[in-house]
Design a protein around this ligand. Structure first.
Ligand SMILES: Nc1ncnc2c1ncn2[C@@H]1O[C@H](COP(=O)(O)OP(=O)(O)O)[C@@H](O)[C@H]1O
Ligand SMILES: [Mg+2]
Length: 341
């Protein structure tokens, strides 16, 4: 005869934050807690477990434990209402039956997958210029050994590929440096007008190369925020560089700094080809590029906007992107203004 579940046991179940179900020796549902009720809507005491838990592996696990086996752990995947992965532990309860404990590992799996994808993407991005470099070295050692003109061409190409690798490594390092600082909000009072001036000055050379006009739409009056100055320069540099590189040759890039109610707003606007709406939500993903493989802006690492996003997370800022294909794009940043001194 199955024993009724004692009061201490139901208290114990109620104290668990993970879904938990106790079954009797005949795999009938004896007790469960509220999280389990939320997870399995059809759960009913006294009913057989297989009605609520439609997972043959889990049911076989329960049968094994009830037949005197040791505790087992297995994966339980739920597809509806949303995809979730649980680690299910089934442990014997002497004289009672068995305990099923579900631990949601979806988030851990998602982070693990992101990490694996990231390493794969980073390696792939590095391998392309590396293959080009090795190919060029082989040519210089072989067919082009005595060809001075070819040597000059190949060396120039090698330098370009090596620089590309350096940009990638630099961007990867800044990304990890910003991430490692975590969520601590920087506390220095900095002036975004001065930061904007500095970023514009730094990019005047690149703008000249692309015959781009840089328009500074801000006055001399400071716009103060609490922030990390170097990171803010970096952020604006990335946005302005994008506006130049992905914008129109001979185009115009405007940088505005405005003080709002409790905030400071930055806007970087170009009159380039713009971005199709389907790309916009994904632009801050690492290595995501909207342009075709042979586009003019393909020389970038695809990490610039991921860096921008991380800098903004630390500064409690927000990024919004507006673009109309054929007209241009505006990247807007809103940051909390520094409190009055
Ligand atoms: N101002 C812009 N105009 C058009 N496309 C842009 C602009 N800024 C960014 N993009 C698109 O967003 C992608 C991601 O930008 P980013 O992360 O800085 O990488 P990268 O510039 O190295 O390619 C770019 O590859 C480009 O397709
Ligand atoms: Mg970029």
């Amino acid at each position: 005869m199955p024993q009724p579940v004692s009061a201490p046991l139901s208290d114990l179940l109620a104290a668990l934050s993970d879904p938990a179900i106790v079954v009797d020796v005949e795999a009938g549902i004896a007790a469960y807690n509220r999280p389990a009720e939320t997870l399995f809507t059809g759960l009913k005491a006294q009913e057989t477990l297989s009605l609520a838990l439609r997972d043959p592996d889990a049911l076989a696990g329960v049968a094994g434990v009830l037949a005197g086996g040791e505790a087992v752990e297995l994966e339980h995947v739920r597809h509806a209402p949303d995809a979730r992965v649980f680690l299910l532990r089934i442990a014997p309860l002497r004289d009672i039956g068995a305990l099923l404990l579900f631990r949601d590992v979806s988030e851990a799996r998602r982070i693990e997958k992101m990490r694996v994808d990231f390493v794969a993407n980073a390696s792939h991005e590095l391998r392309t210029p590396l293959a080009a470099l090795i190919g060029a070295v082989d040519t210089l050692l072989g067919p082009a050994r005595n060809d001075a003109a070819a040597q000059t061409t190949f060396l120039a190409m090698m330098r370009e590929q090596a620089q590309r690798m350096r940009r990638l490594v630099d961007d990867l390092l800044s990304l990890s440096r910003i991430e490692s600082k975590g969520a601590v909000v920087p506390s220095d009072r900095i002036d975004l007008v001065a930061v904007a001036n500095e970023a514009c000055d730094m990019l005047s050379g690149l703008a000249a190369e692309h015959s781009t006009m840089i328009e500074r739409r801000f006055g001399a009056e400071p716009a103060l925020i609490l922030g990390d100055r170097d990171e803010m320069v970096r952020l604006l540099e990335n946005l302005i560089e994008n506006a130049i590189r992905h914008g129109r040759l001979g185009g115009r890039v405007a940088i505005a700094v405005t003080r709002g109610a409790g905030s400071v707003d930055l806007a970087v606007t170009d009159d380039g080809p713009g971005i199709a709406p389907r790309h916009i939500p994904r632009l801050t993903e690492r290595f995501y590029r909207a342009e075709p493989r042979d586009g003019r802006g393909r020389t970038g690492t695809g990490l610039g906007l991921a860096i921008v996003k991380h800098i903004l997370q630390r500064h409690r800022g927000r990024l919004s992107i507006e673009s109309e294909v054929g007209q241009g794009s505006t990247f807007r940043v809103r940051l909390p203004a520094a409190p009055e001194a």
